[in-house]
Design a protein around this ligand. Sequence first.
Ligand SMILES: *Cc1c(COP(=O)(O)O)cnc(C)c1O
Length: 401
Amino acid sequence: MTKRDDAALFGNRFLTEPAPSEKFPEEGMAATDAMRLLDVDLAMEGDPQRNLATFVTTWMEPEAQRIIAENLHRNFIDHAEYPISAEIEQRCVRMLADLFHAPGRTTGCRTQGSSEAIMLGALSLKWKWRQRRQAANLPVDRPNLVFGGDVHVVWEKFCRYFDVEPRIVPLAEGKYTIGPEDVEPHLDENTIGVVAVLGTTFTGHKDDVVGIDKLLRDVCKERDLDIPIHVDGASGAFVWPFLYPDSKWDFRLEQVRSINVSGHKYGLVYPGIGWLVFREESDLAEHLVFYENYLGKTDSTFTLNFSTGASMVLAQYYNFVRLGRQGYTYVMRTMQENARTLADNLRGSGRFEVIGSDLEQLPLVAFRLARRARLRRVRCRMATLGRARLDGAGVHAPAQR
Ligand SMILES: *Cc1c(COP(=O)(O)O)cnc(C)c1O
């Protein structure tokens, strides 16, 4: 018997052979071997359910997993063949527009995550600015975008990829968000927009969107510059509506023209889904929408990708109808309770200072070593623990492997 035949007796042959990794394989292998090769490799990395440092969803109900698994072969972009998937996307957009208090008819789309939503939203800011300038016969060669040092790296990426000058408000010790006084000195006629973060990646707080909105309304009146706000609600736009429903950050504020949110963070769906929602249809620059008819019907596309799976769109809709406002509120409050318990324990240990837990904040704990022992800063996010506790309380079935 060869070594290979022996391996059929127990385990798989990659216990003794290296995994293929450099050359494209000449021959294939049995399906079981391929599966075990992957299983064993993946067993070496972190277990997502124990990852406390992520905002991204690590557990979904078995019913949702079934929807996902049964629809992995559905290409979302093929609206002619899969019109119901497209309709379900639009239902989600309308529900989000309602959650974010859009005043009337609006538009939006699914994306791969907030990063794609931000690229598209910011491109629309750039195009709308250019339209306004061209209509007035003014130069369009020096666009800038104003945001704080508390933004996610995607905003700097946008500026570099799409040739926009970033005007970044620096942060300082004890000041981890921005407000109107920070933004004001950076504004001019070439400002395509201001970014406000709802739930920063660093401490989970929100920029002063109310203050920035007021400033921009004043600037509009006094200097005739109509500068829109894009809210980066990657994490916060699924948290604030449920934990702080009376706090204004969304389309209730006039200058807020577009919002992005990650379905795969507090939207409670597995990775691969984000959303972009405009205040009104006219806030999307029409020039960015393409019409094509490759797949049997004329479709409008506003996206950086083309083909992609429909599963996560369906899973998002599943969560919306399964949980509703009541269910999301319950999940967010439970996470918040867990975050507060952990924060109390950290504080109680005397070794740590908790950052800004008395303010509106994502359900997470941001902390650093107490002054006397401050060698380096650490932080920890609670999203996963929140859901772990839900499981433990027997509210949901134990997670399936
Ligand atoms: C996570 C995050 C992003 C990027 O979102 P993805 O969905 O991972 O692409 C952008 N902005 C903020 C504030 C985030 O927290």
